[in-house]
Design a protein around this ligand. Structure first.
Ligand SMILES: *Cc1c(COP(=O)(O)O)cnc(C)c1O
Length: 367
């Protein structure tokens, strides 16, 4: 028997979340963001469930090639644009649309030899200070692009840094609109947090939105809101089984560094899952875990291949009992990846992306 750890990708949940995001986005077209190999899910595994999107956004050219190999003929957007001149040849060959966020990318375009003008998304830095032209440089960049025979349609784009928090999107929105109001072309604003929290305000102003994390069933503004609030379903479950049971006496300790000490006799289970599977080592005693679909807690330090759980609330548990590290149990009980991530001081995004290659993955198909 193989080691019992397993990740399950839930195709019905991906479809459900896409429909939820679409409902929140009004008339905007949807870029399904599938960078980082579809947030750790695997592009090939999510493709069929997300093909109802209007396009796919990512940033790795190899991943763009994989989408074309799946016979996706619709739009693909490179979120960071081209990294070097020869990337433009691939854009021509595969019909990729790409972000232009700096002068160097315009220089590359102007030197590019092509019969086919390319669709570009000109990015403005509206305050996040990551990628994009400063407001006072945007119009000059647009004028330069517009004069290039290599460039077809120019769309306008920006990215919000505080859509998930109290600061919101108003200031960045105002900065973007002040500069772009009279420029033609489609607009692309909004990650998941902006779509879910500010959908109505974005409604008419964004032709394209770019949700990622919400498609994968994680709440972009956890803990203020959970997936229940946004009606999102987990798309990745990490499960395993108990491989040992220990009866601890008062004063016994658990694992490396003796980080947990039993204050009374306690039944403890050992789970075949550790940080080498992508479970965060930063999780400590108290992190929620499901045993047989029932909530209990992690005990002590996570090791490379194993972790320990308290079996007090699940007296029937024994070797072979099913464990849910995050996602959905066979009984239908949910443990949000956001809760586990929070216990490790991080976000659901990081846990999904860090699923280790050694974990086998299966797809739960549509009913
Ligand atoms: C990753 C990314 C998104 C998606 O963000 P989520 O928070 O996952 O919805 C959208 N736009 C850009 C430019 C990104 O890099």
């Amino acid at each position: 028997m193989p080691r019992p750890i397993l990740a399950t990708i839930h195709a019905p949940a991906l479809r459900h979340n896409l429909a939820r995001v679409r409902a929140a986005a009004g008339d905007a077209k949807i870029w399904a963001t599938v960078k980082a190999d579809a947030y750790g899910h695997g592009i090939e595994r999510v493709f069929d469930s997300l093909r109802a999107a209007d396009g796919f956004a990512l940033l790795d050219l190899k991943e763009a090639q994989r989408l074309r190999a799946l016979d996706w003929r619709g739009p693909i957007l490179l979120l960071e644009g081209c990294f070097e001149a020869r990337d433009l040849e691939l854009c021509s060959r595969l019909g990729l649309w790409h972000v232009v966020h700096c002068q160097e990318q315009i220089d590359m375009l102007s030197a590019h030899k092509t019969q086919l003008p390319q669709r570009v998304f000109l990015k403005m830095n509206s305050g996040m200070n990551r990628l994009g032209f400063a407001p006072e440089r945007l119009r000059a960049a647009w004028t330069r692009l517009n004069a290039l025979p290599q460039v077809d349609e120019i769309s306008l784009m920006t990215h919000f840094g505080d859509a998930d928090g109290p600061k919101g999107i108003a200031a960045q929105m105002a900065a973007f609109e002040a500069v772009t109001a009279d420029l033609p072309g489609e607009r692309s604003l909004a990650n998941s947090a902006a779509v879910l929290r500010h959908g109505p305000a974005l409604g008419q102003r964004s032709d394209w939105v770019r949700p990622g994390i919400a498609l994968y069933g994680s709440a972009p503004d956890f803990p203020e809101h959970g997936t229940g609030h946004w009606q999102l379903k987990p798309t990745m479950s990490l499960s395993s089984r108990l491989i040992a049971v220990q009866d601890l006496q008062r004063g016994d300790t658990v694992g490396y560094g003796s980080q947990f000490t039993a204050e009374q006799p306690l039944r403890m289970g050992v789970v075949a899952c550790g940080y080498a599977d992508g479970y965060p080592r930063h999780c400590s005693t108290g992190t929620p875990v499901l045993v047989d679909g029932q909530r209990t807690r992690l005990l002590g330090r996570v090791s490379m291949d194993m972790l320990a759980v308290d079996l007090t609330p699940v007296p029937q548990a024994q070797i072979g009992s099913p464990i849910t590290l995050w996602g959905q149990s066979a009984q239908g009980e949910l443990l949000s990846i956001d809760e586990v991530a929070a216990a490790a001081g991080t976000v659901g995004y990081e846990l999904m992306c860090a699923l280790a290659p050694r974990v086998p993955v299966v797809i739960e198909a549509d009913d």
